[in-house]
Design a protein around this ligand. Structure first.
Ligand code: KIV
Ligand code: NA
Length: 269
């Protein structure tokens, strides 16, 4: 089997060929992404996409482990990054270490991702110094929806830049190997990308970033509602609905199954 991409390997690509990442929560999509991308994110967006939650807040560590294992089984060369879910890492760096260690040990993934900048820097350093590669996530941080009030792009007023820049710097200096920047105004994303020594992976943060990530179901046209920053590369929602409609009609008309789908008797002596 091919050796997997590593966190230090991706870290070394700062300013080079753009890093390509997509989300996956299951084995078959992981295998397809694995053939074309550098990294696979087992995002806590699985709470919305796979489980029908309205936010990522209810997602548990056990859910991340279950989906992380499926993605590891389906892939072989990409770096698999698993999100740390809300509630398992904020209270203390020790708690964060135990949760992150479970993700590495029980899924075999190569890195974890957590949300937050300055406030999480000490934790990021604690994990990195103890053998756990960390990807940061700043700008719009969906796990904070209950204190934010709404999902809105960040850094669109000049006087709002400083805290976001500080977040990026703190995470980079704490030892993260890369940082996701979500829903941030283009000039700020560009400035941060120039300022920090680690690759920035943008989602709604412009082409100025060192890489890009999207939620797979969003770009496939499977999600009912998507943010402005998504480009649709497929219309699987319609394709699935058409297929289901045709199946239902065939069953009702007894057009399916046909002769070629039916088992006859084995030939006797
Ligand atoms: O959970 C997720 O899918 C993410 C990406 C949107 C970056 O964190
Ligand atoms: Na996430």
């Amino acid at each position: 089997p091919t050796r997997r991409q590593t966190a230090p390997g991706l870290r070394a690509r700062k300013g080079g060929e753009p890093i390509v990442m997509l989300t996956s929560y299951h084995a078959h999509t992981a295998a397809m992404i694995d053939r074309h991308c550098d990294a696979i994110l087992v995002g806590d967006s699985l709470g919305n996409v796979m489980h029908g939650f309205e936010t990522t807040v209810p997602v548990t560590l056990d859910m991340m482990i279950l989906h992380g294992r499926a993605v590891m089984r389906g892939s072989r060369q990409a770096l698999v990054v698993v999100d740390m879910p809300f509630g398992c890492y904020e209270a203390s760096k020790e708690e964060a270490f135990h949760a992150a260690a479970r993700l590495l040990k029980e899924t075999g993934c190569g890195a974890v991702k957590l949300e937050g900048g300055v406030r999480m820097a000490e934790t990021v350093r604690f994990l990195c110094e103890r053998g756990i590669p960390v990807m940061g996530h700043i700008g719009l941080t969906p796990q904070s929806i209950n204190t934010l009030g709404s999902f809105r792009a960040q850094g669109r007023q000049a006087d709002s830049w400083a805290p976001i820049e500080n977040d990026a710097r703190a995470i980079a200096e704490a030892g993260a190997f890369a940082v996701v920047i979500e829903a941030v105004a283009e000039p700020l994303a560009r400035k941060i990308t120039q300022e920090v020594a680690i690759p920035t992976i943008g989602i709604g943060a412009s082409a100025a970033c060192d890489g890009q990530v999207l939620v797979l179901e969003d770009m496939l046209g499977l999600s009912p509602k998507v943010p402005k920053f998504v480009r649709r590369y497929g219309n699987l929602g319609q394709a699935i609905e058409d297929a289901v409609t045709a199946f239902a009609a065939d069953v009702r008309s007894r057009g399916f199954p046909a002769a070629e789908h039916v088992y006859g008797m084995e030939r006797e002596g």
